[in-house]
Design a protein around this ligand. Structure first.
Ligand code: GLU
Length: 498
């Protein structure tokens, strides 16, 4: 497909876009990005953002999927102007917004196409179609319907219909010429008609296919711009032919790039999570997911990476979306979540961390919890890591005695340091605060000619049970004097048997 001329950016009014997910079980991160780009485009043009549920493929329908979808969009802040609402009602004057409730509309439109000669009944059996496909494959031909029923006599059709012979309705695709359109992201696109299949519009169960329902709805709902994933690009000529057959003007199209795994394969479940709900469950913040997916396939052309939703509305530009697939980089997502966690007001962070602690049976509240979270937030990538990271504040840690030994030091030295610390804190009369513990301990190190490493390393490990943790004085303050001494004694017993 030639990728030269791009569609021009435009001055816009009356913009109407839609997010049209199929309720097949979960919201893919790629779909979240599609929803976001539509939302941003609508908001920056004072347009309408419509939610339409495309549930005509009943074999893929999953109970509860619509509700969970509405909840996620609400959680991440993508408010829609029209469509099904969480209270079970609908908003907007173009409804119903759920395709399974619109079957009569599609039927009427399919009949209209038959009358106009742009569609036809096809009675070919699944068996015949399978054989046809095999023969075409064997002859290295494109696999497509051969048009056998296209010229059927009206009386034969009437007879077959009268006998309730199973059938589908297909679009009569012109055999000559090409179908061209200008994609906002992909530029000029051209597809030869002779390679476009006579697609099925209505299936044998009477339900419309995606193509028919999608085009009819986009037209009736007065959608001006279709922003959707690249995987639909090859369907677009079929849609344009349908618009032409109906005598309608097609909307503008923008096909946004595929999401890829780091190895450049298509982002798949096999290589990690793809469901937005899984990321939320792990404690990636909703605003981070929005910020992160916004940058998959688009960037503002500056170094800035952190954007709130209102900022994105200001700077997002659909005409600057890239054509190349966008790599889903989990490390970057972790980094971004960490940045948000670091900057979030402490009381808010405490509030959103609490359910994760409760879930891990670590219940604590008040000032102590604030102190712990304040201390750990720098290290936190996602909220689900939080209980494990702070567990040692609540429970005596278990660890391997060997990690108490600082670098090239030895057991004897570390045992001696632990003893010195225990003795020192036993008689500690200063205020038990990070600042005073630090100052007094550092003075002791100088006075007794100890080294920082051989003293502070085992102290930190004794208190936290880990090699990486906040500093020993901050932990000691939160634990309290008694617990600090208790843990130092436990370390001494563990390493030195005393
Ligand atoms: N129902 C389609 C999907 O699941 C929508 C495609 C479109 O936006 O046209 O992605």
């Amino acid at each position: 497909m030639p990728k030269n001329k791009k569609a021009c950016p435009r001055t816009l009014s009356g913009i109407r876009v839609r997010f049209a997910p199929s309720p097949t079980g979960f919201l893919h991160v790629g779909s979240l990005r599609t929803a976001l780009y539509n939302y941003l485009f609508a908001r920056q043009n004072n347009g309408d953002f419509i939610l339409r549920i495309e549930d005509t493929d009943r074999t893929r329908y999953v109970e509860g999927a619509v509700e969970s979808l509405l909840k996620i969009l609400t959680t991440v802040g993508l408010r829609w102007d029209e469509g099904p609402m969480l209270d079970g009602k609908e908003k907007g004057k173009f409804g119903p917004y759920v395709q399974s409730e619109r079957t009569k509309i599609y039927k009427k439109h399919a009949e209209e196409l038959i009358e106009k000669g742009h569609a036809y009944h096809c009675f070919c059996s699944a068996d015949r179609l399978e054989k046809l496909r095999e023969t075409q494959q064997a002859n290295k031909l494109p696999t497509m319907y051969d048009g056998l029923c296209r010229g059927l006599d009206k009386s034969i059709i009437a007879e077959k219909l009268k006998n309730n012979q199973p059938h589908v309705i297909r679009l009569a695709v012109p055999k000559e010429g090409s179908t061209n359109f200008n994609d906002v992201v992909r530029g000029a696109a051209a597809f030869e008609n002779k390679l476009i299949d006579d697609q099925v519009l209505v299936k044998s169960d009477g339900f419309p296919t995606y193509h028919l329902a999608n085009v009819v709805d986009d037209h009736l709902m007065e959608i001006t711009d279709v922003i959707r994933g690249d995987e639909w690009l090859s369907s677009t000529p079929k849609h344009i032919l349908l618009y032409k057959a109906f005598g309608w003007t097609p909307p503008r199209f923008a096909h946004i790039p595929l999401l890829l795994n780091p190895d450049k394969s298509k982002l798949s479940k096999r290589q990690g999570d793809v469901a937005v709900e899984d990321y939320l469950k792990k404690g990636y913040l909703p605003e981070v997911l929005i910020n992160f997916v916004a940058l998959l396939g688009w960037n503002p052309g500056t170094e800035q990476e952190i954007f709130s939703l209102p900022e994105l509305i200001k700077v997002f530009d659909i005409t600057k979306v890239h054509q190349a697939g966008a790599v889903f980089n989990l490390e970057k997502l972790d980094w971004m979540n960490c940045e948000y966690i670091k900057k979030m007001p402490l009381n808010e962070l405490v509030k959103i961390c609490q359910p994760f602690l409760v879930g891990a049976c670590l219940e604590v509240a008040g000032q102590k919890l604030e102190n712990i979270i304040g201390l750990e937030r720098e290290r936190l990538k996602k909220l689900i890591d939080f209980p494990a990271a702070v567990e040692f504040f609540f429970k005596e840690p278990r660890y391997d005695a060997k990690i108490l030994i600082w670098k090239k030091s030895d057991q004897k030295t570390i045992c001696s340091r632990l003893k010195t610390l225990i003795k020192f804190y036993d008689t500690f009369t200063w205020d038990w605060s990070e600042q005073w513990i630090e100052q007094a301990t550092l003075d002791l190190i100088i006075k007794e000619k100890l080294e920082n490493g051989t003293t502070l390393w085992p102290m930190r490990v004794a208190l936290s049970g880990r090699e990486a943790s906040p500093g020993p004085f901050a932990i000691a303050e939160i634990l309290g004097k008694e617990e600090t001494i208790k843990r130092l004694k436990a370390a001494l017993a563990l390493l030195c048997g005393k």
